[in-house]
Every structure is written in C-alpha cells, then in structure tokens.
Design a protein around this ligand. Sequence first.
Ligand code: EZ4
Ligand code: CO
Length: 408
Amino acid sequence: MKIDKAEVIVTSPGRNFVTLRLTTSDGVVGIGDATLNGRELAVAAYLNEHVVPLLIGREANNIEDTWQYLYRGGYWRRGPVTMAAIAAVDVALWDIKGKLAGLPVYQLLGGASRTGALAYGHASGSDIPALFDSINEHLALGYRAVRIQTGVPGLGQIYGVADATKKGTRYDYEPAQRSALPSEETWDTRAYLRHVPTVFEAVRNEFGPELPLLHDGHHRMTPNQAAILGKSLEPYDVFWLEDCTPAENQEALRRVRSQTTTPLAIGEIFNTVYDYQTLITEQLIDYVRSAVTHTGGITALKKIMEFAAIYQIKSGFHGPTDISPVGMAAALHLDLSIHNFGIQEYMRHSPETLEVFQTSYTFENGLLHPSDAPGLGVELNVEAAAKFEYSTAYLPVNRLTDGTMHDW
Ligand code: EZ4
Ligand code: CO
C-alpha cells in the first residue's frame, strides 16, 4: 500500500495550524500535526519542498523505516523544524495504520494502561482574587489539577496570565498574537521570586492540600535562582515546577536538583532524546514535557518514555492550544498506553478550531480519553480549513527592566 498523495494544509481557525494529510493507494487518509508556534511556514516549506516528494510512492505500512529514512536520510539532524516535519509524517502513518486495523492507535501501542489520562488546565489571574476565580472555573469544568500563574506586582502582561479582556468569551491563555512583529514583555526575576511563594500560600489556604498545583517558570531563571524558587515552594506540595532554567545546558540541573525536592518538569521545546540524555540518566527531572508534535512523533516519544521509565521518570506531555487537536489526540493515545504516564496538559481548543478538526476524544471527571475510533480519532474538515487563512503571528519577546533581551 503506497502513499499516493501528501498535502500540507495551513489553516488558521482562531490560530495558525499546519497539518500533513496523507492518502494511500487504497484511499485511506491519515493526518499529522506539524504546527510550530510562530514559525509555522518554515515547517510547511520543509514538508512541501523536501519531504512530500520523498513520500509519494513510499510504502505506507513501514512507519519505523520511514522515520529512520527522514531522520538519518536528511543528513542534517534534529532541530524543531525537522522534527516537527518528521512528527507529522509519523503521526499520519499511525493514523493510517489504525484505520486499516480498525483499531484506535493506543491499541497498536500495547493497549490501555489506565482508564483515562489525568489532565491539568491553565488557571491564571493578574492578581490572587482573579486567580481564585480562574481556579474555580477550572474546577467547575471538571479539572482535577491546575497550573497556577499570576501577574507580578510592578510588571505588566507576563507569560502565563490570561488576558482579562477576553473573559466571558474564552478565558484561556494564548501567547501568540497576530501581528507583524512580536509584542514585548518586561521581566524582573527577583520580583517574581518574591511573589510566587505568596501565591502558592494563598492558593493552599483557599483550596486546601489536595488539589495538584503546577507552575511554569518558562526558562527564566539561572540554576541558582531555580534552586531558590524550588526551595521556597517546598511547603506547598507542588506537583511540578516546569522549565525552571533554559535547559540547553542539561548539567545546570544538577545544581537545582541537589538543592530542592520540588519535582521538576522540562522539555516542551526539546526535539530528540539527546536533549534529555543527561536529565534522564542522572535523574535530574521528574517529568518529560515533550509534545508528540515537536519530538518526531509517536514513534520517537514512545522510545523516550521507555528510556525515562528505567529511571522512574514520568510523562507530562505539552498540550497548549498551539498543539492542534491532531497532536493532542496523538498524545492521548500515548498517555493511555505507556506505563509511566504522569499527567497531560489540556487547554480546550476554540469552537473554530474544533470546526476544522473534528475530534472524538473526551474529557470527563478530569480525565481525557482518546476514544475508540479507528486511528487517531480526529478528522480534518478540508472545506472548513480553507475558510481560515493564515496570518502572521508571533510569540512575545521578553526584556529585563533595563532593556536587556531575556528568555521568554
Ligand atoms: O509557551 O505553547 O507549558 N506551556 C507553555 C506554553 C508555551 C507555548 C509556546 O508555543 O509553556 O504556553
Ligand atoms: Co511550559
């Protein structure tokens, strides 16, 4: 069974998405997510110019061989653009295999290891009362775990805090903005380090000890600052502290790890197992944050999780709205099947997004399930996709108060 057709579909229902759609000689269609937030067209071009021509006429059944062909065969390895492109092919081929077998992808990955995947949502507020409202909204929606982010006194709009003007329409945090240039935010790490423990104290006092609470440091601290924050959050039983440092330097985590027992999660911007090698073998983290979409697909992320399992490290896959419903479904099939599942990030997509991507996964009592539809369980409505034209959008950039460029 050959791949007859490979189409790259760029659509923008509420935000930009890149989807690869493969059709086999038997007429079976599979889809994969290739969305790289703020750099979408680079992946679309990589696919169109350099991958689509290689796919036409290839055997659609051979997922592992195709993965190795695109990874080793490209000579230039790794990187977010390459690995998102490979992920899209990989996920589309798993979708096809599931449809051919008449089975959901998780069955092909070994079957269910649990009844559903515990999800966490993004609660946020410019101040503590607004955060409490947001936590209550999440609890009302059925979430049983929440990430908490707030504004920091003295700073304006910062990472992780929903735009209050969107309240009532959709109270989610979407950092990418449609504009010709990225917006600029201001950052002060010392002010942040003073403020965050007061937020956790207030939330524990209001919501009690049980609710799992997460927090994202978004790559802004030095190892020493991360150690200080980890220690100051220890009294509040944090589920995880995410991306405490820019983790290109994996060894930096030794400093953080040796100083605090607060669990650590890293990896949403990683793209291969090599980004994790030291972190996993030295047990410097507790959770792998990768997305299927940005780490070379189901094939590659399953291998990373098997490697991590040896070291008792669990999954906490990236699931913001810039992972399309196709990428989310792929994550859910892995979540359900792997032994070392931890938690799944889940922000609901907008109604426009769900008009284009018709999903069958469910969210009930705080748990996600990919559904038992054959393949991934998500269909792309090509006519609806054509209605939403791409427009340039960027993630913000970040400067310290004196104007120095900082990690966003
Ligand atoms: O900034 O998905 O944990 N979630 C995050 C996200 C990322 C965006 C980047 O595209 O850090 O909000
Ligand atoms: Co994050």
